[in-house]
Write a new protein. Structure first.
Length: 298
């Protein structure tokens, strides 16, 4: 076990290592071991657990929650599948990871791709999820407004290590990518730029995005669309979505969040955990505390 020296990680996130499905895996933990558990799943592209969820994890850990955020296969220090992998593959991995990490029923949140995985987890293993928080979630849309552009960019970025290397070397390129994803109107957080570049350096040799896109994005749209199954989810569901999200329109979240499901709309783009960590953490904190209260009164 090592402690991260990333300046964004406060209190420090601890790196854990283990074997999941016979392959090396890494994950990040924060907070007391006996705290109410919160499982945080990152997105696709240039990402990893602590990059997406570091600021939120710091808030939750400071409130006494136990935070666990894995690097999904092909990201961070977790070995990939060695083949194209979609939501179903990732969800199966998360189910096995929960056993390795010793996680019981948890508040589960996921960003983008991670949101789709979280939704699938709630459907396939309902006893694993105490409260579901899909954030800027994949899995609730048929298409994106920029489907062709998304496939082109993802294909080039995902298959070419040099593209990751360029992001790693150039803060200018990293800022430009962040601006596109966040629809930013102001200065870009230099800490996020540094985190993106660090994640890109770790992904140069094993880009996972192309495999995900090849499995999940077809000529007619996204292959995973769980909107028709949302009523099957037993746990409470709170969607969180940016009103300026350029990849997954907020209108899709509004359609998905029909009662009893809820929706928190934030004035941000596709990265609410980094653009608005306080409100996102509040949703998770309230969900965790409600779960603890339910257990005490049961």
């Amino acid at each position: 076990m090592t402690t991260s020296t990333d300046p964004l990680d406060a209190p420090p996130l601890e790196r854990r290592e283990g074997i999941v499905q016979g392959r090396p895996a890494t994950w990040w933990v924060a907070g007391p071991g006996d705290g109410a558990p919160v499982l945080l799943l990152h997105g696709s592209g240039v990402d990893e657990g602590r990059m997406t969820w570091g600021p939120v994890a710091a808030i939750l850990a400071g409130e006494g929650l136990r935070v666990v955020s894995p690097d999904l296969p092909g990201y961070g220090g977790t070995q990939g599948f060695g083949r194209a992998a979609g939501v179903a593959d990732m969800t199966h991995w998360v189910r096995d990871f929960r056993e390795v990490a010793g996680l019981g029923p948890s508040v589960v949140a996921g960003l983008s791709m991670g949101g789709g995985i979280a939704l699938e987890l709630a459907l396939s293993q309902p006893d694993a999820v105490r409260h579901l928080v899909p954030v800027a979630s994949y899995g609730i849309s048929r298409r994106t407004p920029h489907m062709r552009l998304r496939r082109l960019i993802a294909g080039r970025l995902g298959r070419r290590g040099p593209a990751y290397a360029l992001i790693a070397r150039s803060a200018f390129v990293a800022r430009g990518l962040i601006r596109r994803v966040t629809a930013s109107r102001g200065p870009v957080d230099p800490g996020l730029v540094a985190a993106l570049q660090a994640a890109a350096r770790r992904q140069v040799a094993t880009p996972a995005l192309a495999g995900f896109v090849s499995r999940e994005v077809g000529p007619g749209g996204f292959r995973t669309n769980l909107t028709s199954r949302l009523d099957e989810i037993a746990a409470p569901v709170t969607f969180v979505h940016g009103t300026r999200d350029p990849l997954i329109p907020v209108a899709d979240a509004r359609r998905a969040a029909r009662p009893p499901r809820r929706l928190l709309e934030l004035d941000c783009g596709h990265l609410p955990p980094r653009e608005a960590p306080g409100p996102v953490a509040r949703v998770l904190l309230d969900a965790a505390r409600a779960g603890v209260q339910t257990l005490r009164t049961a």
